[in-house]
Write a protein that binds this ligand. Structure first.
Ligand SMILES: [Fe+2]
Length: 301
């Protein structure tokens, strides 16, 4: 085989769709009208709690103001576990909810994606859906993802990552890549990201750097993604340091929000690489932050 052939093993490129999205200051305040448009009457809010901020309280009050009932599941963990997904499904089902709102970063969005798929399959265990497009139906409860970090991208990708604690291989972190997991609406409000502790800006910012770098150098070489990935690398380089040490700098945080959002769209079709493969294994075993692990591994990979 010639070197050129080895370097181009993806002659057919796939284009994955993105959900409708809102990005900008104040966009999270549209939650009530947007949820009403989707027909929400009783919503399960999914979050890790975001303790130290009043974001969850403000959003739930805003939904109630628009006549929507709210149930809160605030036990999402970092590196979300299979039992987080199943507990959330129980809360959704027992609460007779009709839609999901996730508030936070990748852990909250990914747990919600899993719970929607479980809800669409009558409560089957989430670990049954590890394959590519494993869902047997696309008829899931609607999901609005309100993002508060600068790294996940989960609000716009078909991917979600769950830690299986029940199989003989446990702890085993698996990636679902499923068109049924795509959210219904993604909201990125830089003002919400300004409430993050500095170390989380740094951790999640390095996850964005990893998404952009892997989409840029990967073998897929998807022309709709590589220029976008490179732009995201530049935006991280220009904004991450300032956003970390001065999270109240709106311009820097907005730059990071754009970077994390477009980097995720780039990797949705250009895919990721060895860094994320290593990171999922290491983070499952040691239960450490995905972005922190990526920051440590990125220069070596
Ligand atoms: Fe990542």
């Amino acid at each position: 085989m010639q070197v050129d052939e080895l370097l181009q093993p993806f002659p057919i490129k796939e284009f994955h769709p993105f959900p409708r999205a809102l990005l900008g200051p104040g966009s999270h305040e549209l939650i009530g009208p947007e949820a009403l448009k989707l027909g929400f009457k009783k919503t399960l809010i999914m979050t890790s709690g975001l303790r130290g901020s009043d974001i969850v309280h403000k959003i739930s009050e805003s939904m109630k103001y628009h006549g929507i009932d709210v149930v809160i599941y605030d036990k999402v963990e970092s590196n979300p576990k299979d039992y987080n997904v199943m507990d959330a499904y129980e809360a959704f089902s027992e609460g007779e909810c009709d839609g999901f709102v996730s508030i936070g970063g990748g852990s909250s969005h990914d747990t919600t994606k899993g719970a929607r798929i479980v809800a669409a399959h009558d409560g089957r265990n989430v670990n049954e859906f590890q394959e590519l497009n494993a869902s047997e139906t696309l008829d899931n409860p609607a999901h609005i993802a309100i993002n508060t970090t600068v790294g996940t991208g989960s609000e716009t990708t078909p991917a979600y990552v769950i830690t299986d604690l029940s199989s003989p291989d446990a702890p085993h972190k698996w990636v679902g890549f499923d068109r049924a997991a795509i959210t219904t609406l993604a909201i990125n409000d830089p003002v919400l990201c300004m409430t993050q502790p500095p170390q989380f800006v740094a951790y999640t910012g390095f996850d964005t750097m990893a998404h952009a770098s892997e989409a840029y150098v990967g073998r897929v070489q998807h022309l709709s993604c590589t220029p976008v990935a490179l732009a995201a690398v530049r935006m991280v380089q220009e904004n991450l340091r300032e956003a970390t040490y001065n999270p109240k700098n709106y311009k820097a945080m907005e730059g990071m929000v754009w970077a994390q959002y477009i980097a995720a769209q780039a990797f949705s079709s250009a895919l990721l690489g060895i860094l994320h493969s290593l990171s999922h294994a290491v983070c499952a075993y040691y239960d450490i932050h995905h972005g922190l692990n990526n920051g440590v591994g990125l220069p070596r990979v």
